[in-house]
Write a protein that binds this ligand. Sequence first.
Ligand code: F6R
Length: 246
Amino acid sequence: MIRFICTKDYDDMSRKAANIIGAQIVAKPDSVLGLATGSTPIGAYARLVEGYEQGDLDFSRVTSVNLDEYRGLPHDNDQSYYYFMNYHLFSKVNIDVNNTYVPDGMIADADEACKKYDEIVKNTGGVDLQLLGMGHNGHIGFNEPSDVFVKGTNCVNLTQSTIDANARFFASKEDVPTQAYTMGIQTIMNAKKILVVVNGEGKADIVKKAFFGDITPQVPASILQLHPDVIVVGDEAAFSQIKDMI
Ligand code: F6R
C-alpha cells in the first residue's frame, strides 16, 4: 500500500521525511535504517542532525545499511557514497560507525563484493525503514531499467541518463564512474517500511509512471506498488501529475 504526503516545497518535504525517520528511531532505538544518497535526502539528513543536536534523537543503537556505492571509489574519495554519508550524517550524530554499512566499492571482484554485502544486510536482521530517492528513469538504488528485477546486491552498468544526472557532482562527465554496486530489488522490498522522497518538476513524470503505471522492471520503482507499507513524501512540483489521484 502506498500513502502520499504532499508537501509545500523541499524544506517541508525534508522536515516531514526526517520526522518519519526520527519517529522510527524513537519507537525502536535499535532500528536498522536503509539509507540513500543523492541530492533529495540531504535536507532530511540535516533535520535529523538537528534532532540529534537538540537531544531528541539518539543514534547510538541504530544500524544503517546504504543502498549503493560506485565501483572503484575508495571511502575517502569525496564522491564516494561512504564519504557522502559520513559528511551529511554519520560524523554529525552519535551513530557507531562500526554499525554503518555501505557497499565496498574497492572490492574488485564483483561477485565477492555483492555476496559480502548481502551477508551484511542479512546479519543486521532486516531493514526496519528503507529511505529511497528515485532516479528520473525510475531507478531505486542503482537498479536501472532492465528486463528483470534483480533480487540481490548486484554490479550495474550505469545508464547514460544516470551518468549525465550525476555528472554535476564530478569535475567532468568522464570522471563519473560507469559501474556501481547496489542492493537488489528484493532486498529493498524486504524492508518492513519504505519511505520515498521526491522533489521537483523533473520527477513529476516518473512519479506518475512509478506509482500509477504498470509494474515493470523498465520502471524499477514501480515494484513498490506491491509493498505493504510505502510512504512517498514529495513536494507539489513532484506530485503535479498525480495531484488528482491521491
Ligand atoms: C542513491 C540512490 C539513487 C538516488 C536517485 C535520485 O543512493 O540510490 O537511486 O536516490 O538517483 O537521486 P537524486 O536524489 O540526486 O535525484
